[in-house]
Design a protein. Structure first.
Lengths: 230, 230
DNA sequence: CTGTGATTTTTGTTGCAACATAATGAAGCG
DNA sequence: CGCTTCATTATGTTGCAACAAAAATCACAG
């Protein structure tokens, strides 16, 4: 996945590979994949053991995740995977609309033929994953689809602010109903997005992305309210 | 200041007071106050000595600041106070317009008489500080003015995303020309903002805030280009 | 069976030493 | 005189043990 160019644009000098970074990435992955259910308690020592590192990098990783909101304190010595609070979900969605809308609008004017082709390739992966009921993969490619567009905006700091938002909803997202989260609403908006990019129409692209975000929000909210104690 | 309700809505449980937090706050303060000029190199051990703590909390604080973009890596073992890169400034401004615009719009409908009075009190502090050439204070109260409004939106996570943006530009901001940064443009936009809040007009409030941000951006950019080697 | 208090266990934080590695400066070469 | 190479210094990261504090557990009274 050649996303290094963007990363370099964001940070001209690359930080060294720290063990704590690896721990962070692994934990993040686990969170996105839904390995830990909401409410699960995280401990430094357990994470350290699980990741095969000492407590220092594990602590770094957990603290970073807490800072990003992917984990929350419930007590001075307790961090858990947060529950999907509907109020927070609404706020995140609001922020996503503002930030990802901005990124989409900016990305709109960067459309080329190759970019359209790449997006269609990703969309094909989503469709295939959906057809074959590999919902986790579909979710993953969905994320790729969005971030591929956002990267076009050429605003690396903006990108760096959007990513934690996905992590935040992703943790609870994957836990609840991954099997139908993406199936119904994604396709149409993505088609519209690809079309808008082909026409280099930033406004339409923004509209498509915002529509996608809103539809996802409704889906999530419905799943959430339907889930009052599993 | 009864803002605890908002803080609790954001984080129901308070993390314990860690030494690293204190170190972070102190460093942040130094950064905002312009104690370290852009380009200054930060080291863990030096910070630890300066703050009277061991290396672990100092490292935590520096890493956190790096994560927020208030410090940057220039090499695997070198973190410095970032220079005010005009490209980054533009991107930050773009993000600020989106995020602070959203907060302002939301805050608009929350206007009351007491709120107008409070804002006018803060504005009076700004004016007084300006008159008496206490520019650092003026800058500080300016920040209070903005965040008082943003808090009204009742979106604590949004607030948490806006703050690091101020820290980021603040570091270089205070370093360059603090003496005339605020004097010329702030008053008019703030007046408009207060008026909009009084009328509970979210759109106008957003416009006033956006105008303020844009004016500040121009001011900053001019100072930056005028400053090619001090 | 429930609520309460003490006891035990668990846990985060901190300080510190060891290690690997990058920055720095000096010397040598073109 | 400028550039490269190498040795020295300085620095970030890591692992770990000690400590204080919170959470979990359990016993016991009502």
């Amino acid at each position: 996945m050649p996303e290094s160019s963007v990363a370099e644009a964001a940070a001209p000098a690359r930080p060294p590979v720290r063990l704590g970074d690896i721990a962070y990435e692994k934990l993040k992955e686990s969170l996105i994949r839904g390995t830990y259910r909401p409410g699960h308690k995280l401990t430094v020592r357990a994470a350290a053991d699980a990741l095969g590192v000492s407590s220092t990098p594990a602590r770094d990783a957990i603290n970073r995740l807490v800072l990003e909101g992917a984990l929350v304190y419930t007590g001075p010595k307790t961090v858990i995977v947060p529950h999907l609070d509907s109020q927070i979900l609404e706020e995140i969605t609001l922020i996503r609309l503002a930030l990802e809308g901005l990124a989409a609008e900016r990305a709109g004017s960067e459309g080329t033929q190759t970019i359209v082709a790449e997006l269609e390739a990703i969309q094909a992966l989503i469709d295939a994953a959906l057809d074959e009921a590999r919902y986790a993969d579909a979710l993953w490619h969905n994320k790729e689809f969005h971030f591929f567009i956002y990267r076009l905006a050429g605003l690396p700091h903006l990108l760096g602010m959007i990513e934690p938002l996905w992590l935040r909803i992703g943790a609870s997202f994957n836990d609840l109903y991954p099997e139908f989260a993406l199936a119904k609403y994604g396709v149409h908006n993505h088609r519209a997005a690809i079309e808008a990019i082909g026409e280099r129409d930033g406004s339409s692209l923004r509209a498509a992305i915002e529509s996608d975000i809103r539809d996802g929000f409704r889906q999530l909210k419905r799943a959430k309210t339907a889930d009052h104690q599993p």
